[in-house]
Design a protein around this ligand. Structure first.
Ligand code: FES
Length: 175
């Protein structure tokens, strides 16, 4: 038993700083690769992707995920990476825009549809649309215009009409 504890004293500190507890690490899979996060468990997934792994395809949007720029797939569902702390991702399977193409380099059908429909302007919103579109097509293989318009994503370059066509083209391709 430590001497301080035997004497009924509080745990030792360094000056006024109490040492942080040892962290076990958070294991998760991102784009098929396994990673262990040993830093702050409250770090948002978005910062882990962009600042630690340098996966910068997922973009920074509003502080609460407004605009859908920061969407990634977690367990196949589109979620905001800024709102999801690492602590909630133990054992999770995360897919970012960098993980959508096949290992042989062939694009996901929705990526190809975005190219075919010229649905990319500056590209800042594209990753978010792709993730939201894949989630939508999984839930609704034949989405309506209304379904697409209800997605949280926004495009500042005015590509919404072409994005709508691209999602419908991908729906037709996979039908
Ligand atoms: Fe520029 Fe959508 S393509 S914000």
């Amino acid at each position: 038993m430590p001497l301080a504890q035997a004497q009924g004293l509080p745990p030792a500190t360094t000056g006024d700083i109490t040492p942080e507890p040892v962290r076990e690490g958070i294991d998760l899979t991102i784009n098929g690769e396994r990673f262990r996060h040993t830093g702050d468990p409250l770090m948002p997934l978005l910062w882990y992707l962009r600042d630690v792994l340098r996966l910068t395809g997922t973009k920074v949007g509003g502080a609460h995920g407004e605009g859908g720029y920061d969407l990634v797939l977690v367990g196949g569902k589109a979620v905001s990476a800024i709102k999801r702390p690492m602590a909630e991702l133990a054992g999770a399977r995360v897919v970012t825009v960098e993980g959508l193409a096949s290992a042989d380099g062939s694009l996901h059908p929705l990526q190809q549809a975005f190219i075919d429909e010229d649905a990319i302007g500056c590209g800042y919103c594209t990753a978010g649309w792709l993730i939201a579109g894949i989630d939508l097509l999984t839930r609704k293989p034949k989405p309506s215009d209304d379904d697409i318009d209800k997605l949280p994503n926004r495009c500042r370059c005015g590509c919404q009409t072409r994005v709508r066509r691209a999602i419908k083209r991908a729906a037709g391709a996979s039908a």
